[in-house]
Write a protein that binds this ligand. Structure first.
Ligand SMILES: *Cc1c(COP(=O)(O)O)cnc(C)c1O
Length: 386
């Protein structure tokens, strides 16, 4: 297989090397109050030699731009796709599945990106990584970095859920709390790498974050043996969403699937820039984000342009839900399936409830559950009596 980066806007191509991040020409047109310009996607060319039905792990590794030998020994991905029987009955959806990414080593889907970034760092003998995050990307990079023997420096807002900070500190990361939002932490981490070096893992800014997350789509395909009809995904910066499209598009190009599923972008009402852009045609001035679903709380979605382009191209849909709907879906998910998810991830069930009439009873529908409920106990406590 041959791999290279391509600008998602102008189409210019680049070799996959450290310090190649955004397309320089498109980046210079960027504005602080709009999504990043010049986000790079990874293109893979060729036909895999391994049969996905025989050896799914090797098949997935063949479609990644870093050789298998460089990945750390921590077991990221290959999470179960399972059948929530009670929820199937309650919603009259015979083919509803949960893709349970809370079961990744640090408790969130972010491990998929950290895993590829760590492998890349190993390949190029980079021994320190810097990342800004609302909490999960930081705790994930810290944990996967610990397994890889890489030093990790993180910038997180001082309002981040405690469990995520504690995780990062337990993994041995150097934690800087930022007095302010995730957006400020993002800028500070980039200033830091510009000044002191190290590899920056910021979402979308580092192209491997988009690429690493495509494995969720590849696994759903290897687990089902085909593409689903619908996938519900929680959206903040739009990198998980973009990664899913990357994975399904690779499979389509290689002839493994016949169609890209309808992807439902689920956003909180207080942080819905991508869904608003989908409705309006383009991004407008940012609104200050305000939602208890911290992992999907962003003012300016970094991967907004690519996310919007793919949603338009493949008939994706936007579903916006309130914090009350998220909290009630969190309880419904936990009490009917046994899966306790953090608010951001519970939003996918709230989104499904809202979009239920757009889905036929037999449609294969996947809820992508991205983060464990134990990461944010305070959020979950809002809807129960203790
Ligand atoms: C980061 C995150 C998201 C949102 O992903 P984006 O790429 O920012 O859209 C959703 N759920 C969880 C648990 C996350 O950590």
């Amino acid at each position: 297989m041959r791999f290279y980066y391509q600008c998602t806007e102008c189409g210019l191509t680049f070799d996959i090397k450290p310090n190649v991040r955004l397309c320089p020409a498109c980046r210079s047109a960027g504005r602080a109050d709009r999504p990043l310009r010049g986000v790079l996607e990874t293109i893979c060319e060729g036909q895999p030699a391994i049969d996905p039905a025989t050896d799914p792990i090797a098949f997935i590794h063949e479609l990644l731009p870093v050789e298998h030998e460089f990945f750390p020994s921590i077991p990221v991905g290959m999470t179960p796709l399972w059948k929530p029987e009670n929820l199937r009955k309650q919603l009259d959806l015979k083919n509803l599945f949960i893709k349970d990414d809370t079961l990744n080593p640090t408790g969130s889907l972010k491990d998929r990106a950290s895993y590829l970034v760590a492998a890349f760092a190993k390949k190029y003998r980079i021994d320190n990584i810097v990342v800004a995050s609302t909490g999960n990307a930081a705790s994930s990079m810290a944990g996967v970095g610990a397994a890889a023997g890489i030093k990790v420096k993180i910038f997180i807002p001082d309002s981040a859920p405690k469990a995520k900070m504690v995780q990062a500190l337990q993994y041995g990361a150097d934690v800087t709390l930022v007095e302010g939002t995730y957006d400020l932490a993002f800028d500070k981490s980039i200033e830091y790498t510009d000044k002191y070096g190290g590899m920056n893992r910021n979402t979308a800014y580092n192209p491997l974050t988009l690429e690493g997350k495509k494995t969720a789509a590849l696994e759903i395909f290897t687990e089902l043996g085909k593409a689903p009809d619908h996938v519900f995904v929680p959206v903040g910066d739009g990198v998980i969403l973009g990664g899913l499209y990357r994975g399904f598009c690779d499979l389509l190009k290689m002839g493994f699937i016949e169609k890209v599923p309808i992807i439902h972008s689920v956003q909180a009402e207080g942080s819905s820039a991508i869904n608003r852009a989908l409705a309006d045609g383009d991004f407008s001035d940012p609104l200050r984000s305000d939602t208890l679903a911290d992992s999907i709380s962003v003012d300016v979605p970094r991967n907004g342009y690519f996310a919007l382009k793919m949603l338009k191209k493949y008939g994706g849909a936007g579903v916006t839900v309130t914090d009350e709907e998220i909290l009630s879906a969190q309880q419904m998910l936990a009490s009917s399936t046994g899966l306790f998810a953090e608010p951001s991830s519970s939003s996918v069930l709230a989104g499904l409830l809202k979009a239920r009439d757009k889905i036929s009873n037999n449609d294969i529908t996947v809820l992508l559950v991205t983060g464990s409920g134990l990461k944010d106990i305070e959020g979950a406590m809002k809807s129960i009596d203790i």
